[in-house]
Design a protein around this ligand. Sequence first.
Ligand code: PGA
Length: 255
Amino acid sequence: MSGLKPFIAANWKMNGNNALISEFAQQFDAEALSDIDVLVCPPSVYLERFSYQVAKHSSAIAVGAQNLNENDSGAFTGEISTAMLHEVNAKFVIVGHSERRSIYGETPELVAKKYNVALTNQITPILCTGESEQERDNEQTFNVIAKDIDAVIELCGIKSFEQGIIAYEPVWAIGTGKSATPEQAQEVHQFIRSHLAKYDDEVAAGVRILYGGSVNEKNAAELFKQNDINGALVGGASLVSEKFMAICQNAQSNK
Ligand code: PGA
């Protein structure tokens, strides 16, 4: 970690329930984590409950959505807007998660629109990017990531990364138990920073880049020792409050 405030985010995906929210409310001690930013992204139907049961009682934990629609309102059945997120006190949104890209066909251009609508409506976007195993084998990792980032720069400008957050999530590491090694992750994080620096040094130095993909309470500390890793986006291990807490504590002690 390189002097930027660590950021640890939980992505519950289509998991969790009222009981898990109560577990977080009772057992997750966010106040003990005053040196880092903590975010939980439950499914959208639970945003309000999480917000009022957990986040409202603590300035140390924020709530965010896993997705949003790129339009402000209208006939988009099943979708949610930034205005709705504000009403449930959600201040962050994940955009371009690899599951949205691969299962729901979200393109870099669509993801850039989502990033843009979030930013212009004062919701902080977390832009996910990462290569598949095949792309890594074909030495396409940097190209894939540059393409995702450039789509955002083209639509929103480089300064949009003053407010946004980036998450590097290699697809082959997500939910597989096979995390990238700290060195593999650092190599890509450094690439992302140097790519942004081609446009603006200050923006590149200031953006927080999270690593995601099988982060757990055992491998977190080594990842957080890397210079360009400023936190984590945690899936499976965020579904148990104790494990998520342990990852947050690691971030706090490696800041
Ligand atoms: P995982 O998921 O921690 O379960 O690998 C991470 C993510 O997809 O954000």
